[in-house]
Design a protein around this ligand. Sequence first.
Ligand SMILES: [Zn+2]
Length: 69
Amino acid sequence: MTCERGTQKAHFIICRECFWCASVFSTPSVDRCLACGSTLVEHMPIFSDETYTFDCGRQGTILRFSTLT
Ligand SMILES: [Zn+2]
């Protein structure tokens, strides 16, 4: 995944209510979940040398961030 396009940086967005998530390549302007409408939306910057995976299961959502080497 490319994390920067021009001067824009990537952000990982996740809803704390329904766990809807997305990656955006601009300043986060999403303040409401596009799936359930909740305002409990978290934004996390993704740096140019990072990648992430996520798993959704019985234990909840697990995010794993790592650096590219
Ligand atoms: Zn939601």
